[in-house]
Design a protein around this ligand. Structure first.
Ligand SMILES: Nc1ncnc2c1ncn2[C@@H]1O[C@H](COP(=O)(O)OP(=O)(O)OP(=O)(O)O)[C@@H](O)[C@H]1O
Ligand SMILES: [Mg+2]
Length: 252
C-alpha cells in the first residue's frame, strides 16, 4: 500500500470489499484505486454489478472496506468513529444516491434543507437551487407526489445545498429527460470549473460521461481502464473507447 497523498481531495488506495450472502460471499471490489484532484470531474463507468455503487458508498464511508484505505482531504476514514464520520461526511461530501433516499414524510423543500445543521439563513440558497433545477412549483410536494425525475432533482439539490468540496453522484441523470440531464451536467461542470470542486459520478451514458475530465472503467469489481475525455464532449468517440476497453478486458 502506498502512502496516501494528503494534498488530494480524494485518494482511494487498493480497496477491497466482500458482501456475505448466506454462506457464499460476493467480492464487489478488488484492489480498486482512484485519485481525484481538486477541480477534477471523474466519471465511473462499467456494466451492471461491476461495483460502481459499492465504490461510491465506500468513498462516502457508508460501508466499511475490508482492505485498503479511503482518504478524504488527507483524513483516513477508518480513523473516525460513527459520530465523527457523520460530521466529517456532512462537511466534505454531497451524495446523490442511485435510489434518491428522500424522506417520504418531508416536502421537497424540507428534504433539500435536511443536511444543513442550521437551516436558518438558507432560504435564499434553497430558493436559488429550486429555481436552477426547475422545481420551484413543486417545493411543497412530498416525494410520493413527485415524478422520478423530480425526486432525482430534489436529491441533487440536497447534495449541493451545503456546497460540498466533493460531490458523489450515482447515475444522477438516470431519471431525467435529455434536456434536464444536459442542464444538470452543465451545472456540475460549472461547479468544477468555477468553484474548483471535485466530482465522482457513476453513469452508463456516454453523453453524460463526456462532461467529465476522465473516465474510469470498472469490470467485475476491478479497475479495468481509464482515459481522458480531453474536453471533447463527443459521446460517440467516448462510447467507442468505453466499449474498446471492455472488449480488451474480455481478452485479458
Ligand atoms: N448489500 C449487498 N449485499 C450483497 N451483495 C451486494 C450488496 N450490494 C451489492 N452487492 C453485490 O456486489 C456487486 C456490485 O454491486 P454494485 O451495486 O456496486 O454494482 P453497480 O456497478 O453499481 O451496478 P448497477 O449498474 O446495476 O447499479 C454485485 O454483484 C451486487 O450483487
Ligand atoms: Mg449501482
Amino acid at each position: 500500500m502506498t502512502t496516501p497523498d494528503s494534498s488530494l481531495p480524494l485518494d482511494v488506495d487498493q480497496i477491497g470489499k466482500s458482501y456475505r450472502q448466506g454462506r457464499a460471499s460476493v467480492r464487489a471490489l478488488k484492489n480498486v484505486s482512484l485519485s481525484v484532484e481538486a477541480g477534477e470531474f471523474v466519471a465511473i463507468m462499467g456494466a451492471s454489478g461491476s461495483g460502481k455503487s459499492t465504490l461510491l458508498h465506500a468513498i462516502a464511508g457508508l460501508i466499511d472496506v475490508d482492505e485498503g484505505r479511503v482518504v478524504i482531504a488527507g483524513q483516513d476514514l477508518a480513523q473516525f468513529g460513527d459520530a465523527a464520520l457523520t460530521r466529517f461526511r456532512r462537511r466534505q461530501l454531497g451524495i446523490v444516491f442511485q435510489a434518491y433516499n428522500l424522506i417520504p414524510t418531508l416536502s421537497a423543500e424540507d428534504n433539500i434543507r435536511l443536511p444543513a445543521t442550521a437551516s436558518a439563513g438558507l432560504d435564499r440558497e434553497v430558493d436559488a437551487m429550486l429555481d436552477r433545477l426547475g422545481m420551484t412549483d413543486r417545493r411543497q410536494h412530498k416525494p410520493a407526489a413527485l415524478s422520478g425525475g423530480e425526486q432525482q432533482r430534489v436529491a441533487i439539490a440536497r447534495a449541493l445545498i451545503c456546497n460540498p468540496a466533493i460531490l458523489l453522484a450515482d447515475e444522477p441523470t438516470g431519471s431525467l429527460d435529455s434536456v434536464s440531464g444536459t442542464h444538470l451536467c452543465q451545472l456540475l461542470r460549472a461547479m468544477v470549473d468555477e468553484q474548483g470542486r471535485s466530482i465522482v459520478m457513476v453513469t452508463h451514458e456516454p453523453h453524460v460521461a463526456m462532461w467529465a475530465d476522465r473516465v474510469v472503467v470498472l469490470k467485475d469489481g476491478e479497475n479495468l481502464a481509464e482515459f481522458a475525455t480531453d474536453g471533447r464532449r463527443d459521446p460517440q468517440s467516448l462510447g467507442n473507447r468505453y466499449h474498446q476497453s471492455l472488449d480488451a478486458g474480455c481478452e485479458r
